[in-house]
Write a protein that binds this ligand. Structure first.
Ligand code: B3K
Ligand code: ZN
Length: 871
């Protein structure tokens, strides 16, 4: 496939000012008439041909300024439409296409999901609806008429504001006309038509605009839409208060559909969601679901400014909207919930998904320089590392300058398609700082390593920190990055006042390859608390003893580093045990004692944080720290032994705390952070109790499954039981499936729990589940829950020495590629760390990858991932 390069960007030769669409929905032959108001782009090549994009399209009519075009004036294929000699001034092109939404299994363009018509256009799905200049720097004003059989699609939604509805005389059909006054790129276009229930409310913006908010769901599930509706209103208020951004249309609609390639989509005024991220009730959704719904509703809503009002010039700038919007949704969730707990969650996600990506063959800069298939670049690097860059910028320039810079960015670029340079320019102007060096964060792949050593001089009473930064694979002369290091010093009894002119507001900026920092008047050897609140997306290498780490756990004022210190001790123990394979776990008693003391003092006060303290680094994180010659079985067994050691020491204390943190009888359900935090702790405790004493754990889990008032508790009981082989597990799994036979989103969790069981029988179990009525290869959520979870959350079975895990995933990728290449390609990224495996598994994984790469008829999506993975 051809490679598209950032350096080759040039403006379009034509512009499209207005788009008038008439879409007649039909299950197999939906007819689209597009009237495009075109003109030559003054910034383009004069006299150029007009080349419109298409993808699997059939042209049924074409007219220029109302007159049919002779065949020699144009060339049409499913992949494009060329006008050889378009007019040199403004003209109108009328294009008619017919598409089959029922046959559209790629879920890009216009398709049907459980009978509901919907669209997905980002990144390049609009060209599957009509021929168009399908690129984000073509901004047009859209009017859309949608027509459908009233019986089939009583609800008709489009972008912008509703202007007219009516019947089509003499037929069973009706129509709605929507007008979007804000110029937008085609990727933000959307329509929905179907039989949908809805909940709504009104919202008055800070500018006095009354907005009708609506959330549309499968009829009968309206009660499960209330939380999402509330999250929309809270997002709107928050963006007004924190970023000064108000909503700009009379309606804002969210629609939940059950077949969707990703989480959700920010179409202007008409966000379309995977129903998993809309529907919630205490009986059906977990606390994690509630938190995800809140975050994703906010994320898509925030795009209205960061993405829609200011969009991207080209897809290389994807982080401009995604990284920024992730940062914004993270801040929102932190304000709605516990900031420290949320930050730890963000970092865990980054380490679980972005660090491995950055260390493997799919590594790319936050702003990639080239791509073959853009849909493969909606990655953890663009999203999560992109968000970390925005966060670092804020840390470097300070809160007030950051807010002013954001205001400037929005106002200077409103209504345009912008670049990363435009973003940084707003802050450079605002602060008078040169951000050219900082901008390198967007250009360089791989995770920086910061080696730090501390030197205490007892005579001079000084403490010196030496920093050295490197980037793996970057070569010794690679330019250093600008790295904000939030830090402090901790003495044996607590934080020290340590001053140095180069530390401002607790932040030292490391800009060169090596630097040092000396603190005066330090009475005794301190412990440095570095990268507080995870102030930069780096790996830190510093040889602190367990005792020093645990000093941080006890005394640091930075909640993130308190958590981090226990993680570091656990990581050290796990890495050593995994490498040596020895039965003893040197240091586990010290960690257990520190955790016991911590729980004693703080579990009741902040159970959510305490639950995180109990969570050991994942197998994946240990693997990513080891980095080479990885044996997933050794990591699993080290981790199981450490869990057993901690559980043996903490079990009685955990049992008591679990009782103390029980919900008071008759307490009403709350999805908010406090109640969710208590559930999180209770369930983390249950899990460890079951590790120490499987029989007791199984009994407690079964009791919890039977009596749970929330899906969180019921599922946690089932997840704990799933670790304990035996008849009780199988019986509860079967009963659960029966109880929720009509609840696909709940059965997704049931599939996921089983896919993650670290036992030899799991492959066979997955085979059985693939034939279960709850599973379907055509629904992305089902595939992700079963095969996706297996590939990402079951390292020992995915990486089986006999290659059966790789074969399972590879077979699924190939089977899926025929119908839905985006989902197939995403699944294939599970092989991303294959080169770091020990030789036997490495060979097996490589063979599976080569098998895919050499299969015939691959999609561009899968061919791209396979090719880059093997390169
Ligand atoms: N912008 C969409 C993602 C589109 C993915 C296209 N393959 C959702 C989001 O990140 O907000
Ligand atoms: Zn987004």
């Amino acid at each position: 496939p051809p490679t598209i390069r950032l350096q080759d960007y040039r403006p379009s030769d034509h512009l499209i000012d207005r788009v008038d669409l008439d879409i007649r929905l039909d299950p197999h032959a939906s007819r689209i008439t597009a009237v495009l108001a075109l003109r030559p782009n003054p910034a383009g090549t004069p006299g150029a041909q007009l080349v419109l994009d298409g993808d699997e399209l059939g042209l049924v009519g074409l007219a220029l300024d109302g007159k049919a075009l002779p065949a020699e004036a144009y060339a049409a294929t499913p992949a494009g439409l060329t006008l050889h000699a378009p007019p040199q001034g403004p003209f109108t092109l009328t294009v008619e296409t017919v598409v089959d939404p029922t046959a559209n299994t790629k879920l890009m363009g216009l398709y049907r999901s459980s009978g509901v018509y919907c669209t997905q256009c980002e990144a390049d799905g609009f060209r599957r609806i009509t021929y168009f200049l399908d690129r984000p720097d073509i901004l047009s004003v859209y009017t859309t008429r949608i027509e459908a059989a009233r019986e089939e699609a009583p609800v008709l939604l489009g972008n912008g504001n509703p202007v007219e509805t009516g019947d089509v005389p003499g037929t069973d059909r009706h129509y709605a006309i929507w007008q979007d006054p804000h110029p937008k790129p085609a990727y933000l276009f959307a329509i929905v038509g179907g039989r949908l229930g809805h909940v709504g409310r009104s919202f008055v913006t800070s500018e006095g605009r009354e907005v009708a908010l609506g959330v549309y769901v499968e009829p009968g599930k309206e009660a499960r839409a209330d939380y999402a509706l509330d999250a929309v209103a809270r997002s709107m208020t928050w963006d007004e208060e924190v970023f000064g951004r108000a909503y700009d249309l009379d309606v804002f609609n969210v629609v939940a559909v059950s077949d969707f390639n990703m989480g959700a989509m920010e179409n202007k005024g008409l966000n379309i969601f995977n129903d998993k991220y809309v529907l919630a009730s205490p009986e059906t959704a977990t606390d994690a679901d509630y938190a995800n719904i809140e975050a994703i509703i906010a994320h898509e809503y925030f795009h209205n400014w960061s993405g829609n009002r200011v969009t991207c010039r080209d897809w290389f700038q994807l982080c401009l909207k995604e990284g920024l919007t992730v940062f914004r949704d993270q801040e929102f969730s932190s304000d709605m919930r516990s900031r420290a707990v949320h930050r730890i969650g963000e970092v865990r996600t980054l380490r679980a998904r972005q660090f491995p990506e950055d260390a493997g063959p799919l590594a790319h800069p936050v702003r990639p320089k080239h791509y073959a298939e853009i849909n493969n670049f909606y990655t953890a690097t663009v999203y999560e590392k992109g968000a970390e860059i925005v966060r670092m910028l804020k840390t470097l320039i300070g809160e007030a300058a950051f807010r002013n810079g954001m205001d400037r960015y929005f106002s200077e670029n409103d209504g345009t398609a912008a670049t990363v340079e435009d973003f940084l320019a707003a802050f450079a102007t605002e602060t008078g700082r040169d951000l050219a060096h900082f901008a390198q964060w967007y250009e360089r792949p791989s995770t920086p390593r910061i080696a730090v050593s501390g030197h205490y001089d007892a005579t001079a009473k000084t403490y010196r920190l030496d920093f050295r930064q490197t980037r793996p694979g970057a070569g010794a002369d690679a330019p250093p990055l600008v790295i904000p290091v939030a830090l402090g010093l901790i003495g044996p009894d607590g934080p020290l006042t340590a001053t140095n002119a180069r530390v401002r507001d607790g932040v030292f900026v490391l800009e060169s390859a090596e630097d040092s920092l000396t603190f005066e008047n330090i009475a005794a050897q301190p412990v440095p608390s570095l990268f507080r609140d995870f102030s930069a997306p780096v790996r830190v290498e510093m040889a602190l003893s367990d005792a020093e780490q645990l000093t941080l756990l006890r005394h640091d004022t930075d909640a993130f580093n308190r958590w981090e210190s226990a993680q570091r001790v656990a990581l050290r123990i796990l890495i050593e045990a995994a490498r040596s394979g020895s039965e003893t776990l040197d240091g586990s008693e010290g960690l257990a004692a520190a955790l016991a003391a911590f729980l004693d003092g703080e579990a009741l006060r902040d159970p959510a944080f305490a639950a995180l303290m109990l969570a050991l680094p994942s197998e994946g994180e240990v693997a990513s720290e080891i980095g080479a010659n990885i044996d997933p079985d050794a990591i699993f067994s080290a981790r199981r032994r450490l869990r057993q050691a901690l559980a043996a020491r903490l079990r009685d204390q955990l049992a008591v705390l679990r009782e103390q943190l029980a919900d008071p009888a008759g307490a009403a359900f709350s999805p908010a952070a406090a109640a969710a935090g208590r559930r999180a702790f209770r369930n983390a405790a249950l899990d460890l109790i079951a590790v120490a004493d499987p029989e007791r754990g199984a009994a407690l889990a079964r009791e919890q499954i039977a009596t749970a008032a929330t899906m969180t508790d019921r599922l946690a009981g089932l997840a704990t039981l799933a670790q304990i082989p035996g008849e009780a597990r199988e019986a509860e799994l079967a009963a659960f499936a029966e109880l929720y036979a009509d609840e696909p989103l709940i059965l997704d969790k049931w599939l996921a729990i089983q896919a993650a069981i670290a036992e030899d029988d799991t492959i066979a179990r997955i085979g059985r589940l693939q034939r279960h009525p709850a599973f379907s290869m055509t629904n992305p959520n089902r595939v992700r829950s079963l095969v996706g979870v297996f590939s990402l959350a079951n390292p020992t079975q995915f990486n089986r020495v006999d290659g059966a895990g790789y074969a399972l995933v590879a077979d699924t990728v190939l089977a899926l590629d025929k119908r839905n290449p985006q989902i197939a390609a995403r699944l294939l990224t599970a092989f991303g760390s294959w080169r770091q495996l020990e030789p036997v598994r490495r060979a097996a994984a490589e063979a599976a990858l080569r098998g895919i790469a050499s299969a015939g008829g691959l999609s561009r999506d899968v061919a791209d991932i396979a090719g880059r993975s093997l390169a």
